[in-house]
Design a binder for this molecule. Structure first.
Ligand code: G
Ligand code: G
Ligand code: NA
Ligand code: MN
Length: 253
């Protein structure tokens, strides 16, 4: 309850901030985008990671307001970078199941328009749990979002319950290999098998595939050999405050 009222107050008083973790193309080595990750700059507790408040926000429904703030902040940042002449990249925003409603496509449209952004600046990351509720309704919303030119990626792939028969119906651009699989590469034969199978499924369904949580050159080598398109993880960069991400983007280009 204390966290809930605190988070409510944080939303109204500028205590939330976004950090940006770069995503890299394996073939070119260039930054092709970033995942926006929310943090709570708490007056007493310091920088609180999302794992400590997003689950509660999801349980209480506050995640809808958090999500509205995140989309707004990410688009505002993209506008700033666009106006500064930085190379166009795609900013990915995490969207919880509770935010994935028929109101979302309209809100995305309106927000992009207000910030003068092409839809190619924005990606939404959704998890498999989003897809478990009323699948036809969810696909309808996904179709409306992709029709705008905004891309969707399926986060934490392989950890939930989405069946392969649904996977072929989702208008997604990218599959994200969950960190729990990346971690075991190359020593754990099962994790290697799962990662390369996800890459193969992605290729055959004509999706891109990104591995998250890449921490070692051995993991990168395995993913490259297996045909993975993109990588994200501490080997390259942790999530960075906006100013530092901008610096990384300028240096990398
Ligand atoms: O940054 P960190 O690794 O602590 O993130 C932990 C979790 O919080 C991740 O699973 C991530 O998807 C989630 N998360 C981070 N930012 C957001 C956000 O803006 N909205 C939602 N719904 N989840 C987020
Ligand atoms: O839930 P989601 O997968 O969206 O969350 C990404 C989280 O993983 C972020 O909180 C981020 O800080 C964290 N993260 C990103 N890269 C790495 C990594 O290479 N190793 C580890 N252990 N965590 C990472
Ligand atoms: Na994510
Ligand atoms: Mn993930």
């Amino acid at each position: 309850m204390r966290i809930e009222s605190g988070l409510r107050a944080a939303l109204g008083s500028g205590q939330l901030e976004l950090h940006y973790q770069p995503k890299f193309s394996i073939s070119s080595g260039q930054i092709i985008g970033a995942e926006a990750l929310v943090r709570w700059r708490h007056p007493e507790r310091g920088l609180v990671p999302p794992a400590e408040f997003i689950p509660l926000a999801e349980a209480t429904g506050l995640v809808v307001q958090v999500g509205e703030w995140v989309l707004e902040a990410a688009c505002s940042q993209a506008q700033t970078w666009k106006q500064a002449g930085l190379p166009p990249i795609r900013l990915a925003v995490n969207v919880s199941a509770r935010e994935f409603t028929s109101a979302l496509p309209g809100r995305v449209t309106e927000t992009l328009k207000r910030y003068g952004l092409e839809p190619s600046w924005l990606e939404l990351e959704i998890t498999e749990s989003t897809l478990m509720h009323n699948i036809d309704r969810v696909i309808g919303i996904m179709d409306r979002i992709t029709a705008l030119g905004v891309t969707l990626s399926l986060d934490d792939f392989g950890t939930g319950y989405s069946s392969l028969s649904y996977l072929k119906r989702f208008p997604i651009d990218t599959l994200k290999i969950d960190r729990s699989f990346t971690t075991g590469i190359p020593s754990d034969a099962n994790d290697c098998a799962i990662a390369s199978t996800i890459i193969s499924i992605a290729q055959q369904l004509k999706h891109k595939v990104i591995a998250e949580g890449v921490e070692t050159v051995e993991q990168l080598a395995f993913l490259k050999t297996s045909g993975c398109d993109e990588v994200q993880g501490y080997l390259f960069s942790k999530p960075l405050p906006a100013v530092e991400f901008e610096k990384a983007l300028r240096e990398n280009w």
